[in-house]
Design a protein. Structure first.
Length: 142
């Protein structure tokens, strides 16, 4: 079979690229990262271009609450850590620890989503009155 690798002498030096499927996944991952980079560059570019186009509407300082942004960032970073800890527990066949770490990850995800809903609702309500002001209008559309 063309997609198999002979592992009788150990794993190849780069097992993720040893088969065609692995090479395609590796290439796909880099395409995904490139797309994400372009997406976030667009977000930052839009923010930089429109942040002063507020007329009489709320500015970016009025719409963003940095303490909340910091809390949400810490929740995301912590959930990444707990998911990695769950993966390590799974690899060691410690399924009780795996379940605990996964539940913590789920709870952190729910907390993040709750904060995101609160923040988005708050921004939307602030921007309802100012449909002609570029910054809040386009930020909420993004």
């Amino acid at each position: 079979m063309a997609g198999t690798v002979d592992t009788s002498k150990g794993l190849p030096s780069h097992p993720e690229r040893a088969t065609l499927e692995g090479k395609n996944k590796f290439l796909g991952f880099w395409f995904f990262l490139g797309g994400e980079t372009i997406l976030f560059a667009t977000f930052f570019g839009t923010y930089l271009a429109l942040r002063n186009g507020v007329a009489d509407g709320p500015s970016s300082q009025d719409m963003f609450h940095l303490p909340l942004v910091f809390i949400m960032t810490m929740i995301l970073l912590t959930s990444s850590l707990t998911s990695v800890l769950a993966m390590f527990a799974m690899k060691k066949n410690q399924f009780t620890k795996f379940k605990v770490w996964m539940w913590i990850t789920v709870l952190l995800g729910l907390a993040f989503i709750s904060f995101e809903i609160y923040e988005s609702t708050n921004m939307y309500i602030k921007a309802l009155d100012i449909q002609q002001v570029p910054f809040p209008l386009h930020f909420i559309r993004l």
